[in-house]
Design a binder for this molecule. Structure first.
Ligand code: KG4
Ligand code: ZN
Length: 333
């Protein structure tokens, strides 16, 4: 079974072709980051317009790279939500047009769950149950993955997502959008202990996250220093902030693993590309004899291969959705 998958939830227009749930024959991403950079963040209306311009092009490329034609496709997978409504609608309308024209089933998937499914592509041996840790621009979740389409949320953010905090702190530091990779790079030149920032909800066993206080603490530090005409080292601030985020995530991930007796941890989402987070989790898992699974950076960022994996497994268990499938901008995992 070949799946053609589309992803347009934010500012990446992406298409992929998968054989089964784990083999990506192509994974084409057209990023709009350069366009939104001038505005310091994603402008929804501009994002929708660029998805419209790019979607057919990336779909053609995905088919060509996979060496298949539209007639070979057996299933259409598409992100249903969460995301920007106008952006999601471009992917959904395109996917429905393909489904109708080819007379093939369509499946709408949850973008957050799709991030986790990137691990099935990268790690052919990974099977549920395992612990999932999704850290992205809009979401931070720890979940016990019970099956391909079954999970139990153990912890979620009570306010900002980790990626959102990275982006806001980066903006205040004058770094370009997207801020996460920029902080990751700058932090390498800084001392993570030079400026200490508060870690929230650190009472043992609490698996929820809160990054809003940390973000405000960093912004206050920067603004107060500027107002007082006091010099501060941007790299130290970036490193201190990043270390605080990583400390919280690694502690909670390890509590979850230890308390539930889980041995395998699958990391996912845009922030899963963060070099410090990956190194810290690798270290923690190695020390405890746990196995860490993480997708390569191309599968951490928004992409359609992960959507194809999620769509395939959802279709195998529940069948297709109808053509009335609609965008769900606030879909939760
Ligand atoms: O998963 P994603 O592509 O979009 C959502 O589904 O939200 O995540 C995007 C987020 C952005 O906030 C971006 O700044 C962050 O992931 N990000 C990073 C890194 N690369 C991307 N954050 C920290 N370090 C990175 N290397
Ligand atoms: Zn995403």
């Amino acid at each position: 079974m070949l799946t053609l998958a589309l992803e347009t939830s934010c500012d990446e227009t992406a298409a992929a072709v998968l054989r089964g749930g784990r083999e990506a024959l192509s994974n084409v991403i057209s990023s709009q980051a350069d366009i939104h950079r001038a505005y310091g963040g994603v402008v929804p209306e501009i994002a929708s317009r660029h998805h419209l311009e790019q979607i057919n092009y990336v779909t053609d490329m995905a088919l060509e790279e996979a060496g298949v034609g539209l007639g070979d496709v057996g299933l259409i997978g598409v992100t249903q939500g969460p995301g920007l409504v106008g952006a999601l609608l471009v992917g959904l309308a395109t996917a429905k047009a393909f489904a109708l024209a080819l007379d093939k089933p369509i499946v709408g998937v949850n973008h957050i769950h799709a991030h986790l499914c990137a691990n099935y592509i990268e790690h052919p041996d990974l099977e549920p149950p395992f612990m999932g840790l999704i850290v992205s621009g809009g979401h931070t979740n720890i979940l016990k993955v019970l099956g391909r389409n079954r999970w139990e949320i153990l912890g979620r953010t009570r306010d900002d997502a980790a990626g959102e905090a990275f982006d806001k702190v980066a903006r205040t530091l004058g770094l370009e959008y997207p801020g996460g990779p920029a902080i990751d790079r700058l932090a390498r030149e800084g001392d993570p202990t030079a400026v200490g920032f508060k870690r929230a909800l650190m009472e043992k066993g609490n698996l929820d996250f809160s990054f809003s206080g940390l973000k405000t603490g960093v912004l206050n530090y920067i603004n107060t220093s500027r107002q007082a005409g006091r010099d501060f080292n941007r790299a130290d601030v970036a490193a201190g902030f990043q270390e605080a985020v990583v400390d919280v995530i690694r502690a909670k991930a390890m509590w979850a693993m230890e308390s539930l007796g889980e041995k395998r941890l699958a990391l996912a989402g845009g922030v899963a590309s963060n070099s410090r987070l990956r190194a810290a989790l690798e270290e923690d898992c190695r020390e405890r004899g746990f196995e860490l699974y993480a997708p390569s950076p191309a599968l951490c960022t928004d992409n359609a291969a992960m959507v194809g994996a999620a769509a395939y497994y959802k279709y195998m268990e529940f069948g297709g959705d109808g053509l009335e499938l609609d965008a769900c901008p606030n879909l939760s995992i």
